[in-house]
Ligand binder design. Structure first.
Ligand code: B12
Ligand code: SF4
Length: 460
């Protein structure tokens, strides 16, 4: 019988987990792939290195005891070289095991499959492609010639154009969280109201093209699950004992009618849940926010990026400072927590625009502000344009940024950016007015939790 072992090839204490030690999130992509294969009667297990592995050899021990025929690994941002290294070790010790890899970041690599230890690479949405591939392996047939699949026998290089995209995401089964032990994960009160917040993907892609984002060059079309389907998924989790959720779509509120329907279904059914989401400020409407609050929404995170209109325009964010101020005011009025995500050091940034961003963040009456430095991701518009505006500098001493490849705009230095990031955090959080507002809005448990996290971040 075909035994499939899905692996999250990360170690305990990888940077973004260990530095702030605030959260460990479930491997959503593996749960989706695993659920679909399980529904098709395959035997599937998920092994998460984030939870169980101190060193790379720990994966080999687990593989030896699980004895799979097929290993599927997900490649998250910054993990490609590690996954290749693990692939080589697996092939040395278990040459007969077939290795399949998938994940958004793969399509941005310029490798050819022949140079890797992988037997198959899946580009784009993996459900259908993986099922067809596993069927053919099980039936000892040639791998199918389908979009999204690269086999060892071909000498193709990875390329966005080969990505598979699902158009109907309603028809897939509700993700089966019994494939993992949810108790081993923690949302850290950053990604949930409780420690076990279930991530729900209600859409794929995004119709916007912000130049620092992977969607700026992606051919992926924006697709959504229907409101009924989303509600059905929520009910299935409630049955399993979960009532706190994170709609982790990049742009949850893009289809406002759909959000309204989801909220109405929740309110009508009288279920008591809590949830949070990420949205764009231009989608905020007073009546909709009020419905969201009634339906259990406790936090909305906004990509605000900059306090300078020129910088916002130059990264094609498609929003104005006025829209940002109005949206935050509206959401604050409904007593939903507002979280602003900023980037310091975008192309064309100067000392003046960075200071503008910090002052703007303070003026907005946000409940939380996170100041990232720009890490240039492969496959984004910025990754092509950046040499015109500055250079990349590697650093290990950067906080709240996963990649080490920090962008430094012309006229600024890495040291200056790191100093400004800490200054931004201090100036935003150390204000009497801010602290008084938070004491009124947050529970004692949350205040203690965030204070601890704050000091951890500041000490780095
Ligand atoms: C949740 C999340 C996180 C969580 C991680 C949670 C986790 N458990 O891994 C946190 C907050 C920690 C995080 C951090 C970062 N993230 Co993030 N994150 C997301 C988010 C919002 C949802 C991920 C998700 O669950 N997607 C849903 C699943 C269904 O999609 P998927 O993962 O692509 O999986 C499908 C396919 O890729 C494929 N597949 C994937 N794995 C496998 C494995 C096999 C075997 C097969 C067959 C198929 C397959 O099939 C899946 C189903 O179709 C996405 C945006 C989004 N909506 O996708 C961004 C996103 C993935 N993150 C992104 C980035 C840039 C980052 C950071 C680098 C940010 C930063 N600078 O710090 C860090 C990197 C950390 C890391 N090592 O991954 C980018 C990735 C860009 C890229 N190059 O691909 C995204 C796309 C956001 C964006 N719009 O730019 N992130
Ligand atoms: S940054 Fe947000 S709004 Fe912009 S393209 Fe990416 S997901 Fe869409």
């Amino acid at each position: 019988m075909t035994q499939i072992m899905l692996i999250n090839p990360n170690l305990k204490n990888t940077k973004y987990v260990s530095k702030v030690n605030a959260f460990i999130l479930p491997p959503t992509s593996l749960i989706l792939i695993g659920t679909y294969l399980k529904e098709k009667k395959y035997s599937v297990s998920i092994f998460d290195g984030h939870i169980h592995c101190e060193v790379i050899e720990d994966f080999l021990d687990k593989i030896a005891s699980t004895k799979p025929n097929i290993i599927g690994m997900t490649v998250s941002v910054g993990q490609y070289e590690f996954v290749k290294k693990l692939g080589v070790l697996i092939k040395q010790k278990f040459p007969n095991i077939i290795i399949i890899v998938g994940g958004t970041d793969l399509a941005n690599k310029s490798d050819t499959i022949a140079k890797t230890p992988f037997d198959y690479v899946i580009l784009g949405d993996g459900e259908e492609v993986c099922l067809q591939l596993v069927n053919s392996i099980t039936n000892k047939k040639q791998p199918p010639l389908i979009k999204g699949l690269i086999s060892k026998s071909e000498n193709k290089s990875f390329n966005k154009c080969f990505q598979a995209h699902l158009s109907d995401i309603d028809k897939y089964p509700n993700p089966d969280y019994s494939l993992i032990n949810m108790k081993e994960y923690k949302s850290g009160l950053i990604y949930g109201k409780t420690q076990q917040s279930i991530p729900i993907i209600t859409s794929r892609g995004c119709p916007y093209k912000c130049s620092f984002c992977v969607y700026s060059l992606s051919p992926k079309k924006y697709v959504t699950k229907s409101a009924k389907r989303v509600f059905n998924e929520i009910k299935s989790y409630i049955k399993s004992g979960f009532n706190d959720f994170w709609f982790c779509d990049d742009n949850f509120m893009n289809d406002k009618k759909r959000v309204e329907e989801i909220c109405k279904l929740i309110i009508k059914s009288n279920i008591k849940i809590t949830w949070h989401c990420m949205a764009r400020v231009n989608d905020i409407r007073e009546e909709l926010v009020s419905l969201m609050k009634q339906a259990g929404c406790w936090q909305i995170a906004f990509g605000i990026e900059s306090g300078s209109q020129e910088i916002l325009n130059s990264v094609h964010k498609g929003i104005t400072l006025k829209q940002i101020s109005e949206a935050i005011k509206t959401v604050n009025a409904s007593n939903i927590i507002t979280k602003g995500l900023f980037i310091l050091g975008l192309p064309k940034e100067t000392k003046k625009t960075i200071n503008k961003t910090i002052s703007f963040a303070k003026k907005l009456k946000l409940d939380m502000a996170i100041f990232f430095l720009l890490s240039i991701e492969e496959g984004t518009q910025i990754s092509l344009d950046y040499p015109m505006y500055g250079h990349i500098s590697t650093s290990d001493s950067v906080i709240l940024t996963h990649g080490n490849n920090i962008f430094v705009p012309k006229g600024l230095t890495k040291k200056y950016l790191i100093r400004k990031q800490k200054e931004a955090i201090l100036r935003f959080y150390f204000r009497p007015n801010y602290l008084i507002r938070q004491l009124r809005k947050r529970s004692l448990k949350e205040i203690i939790h965030y204070t601890k996290a704050f000091f951890k971040v500041i000490r780095i």
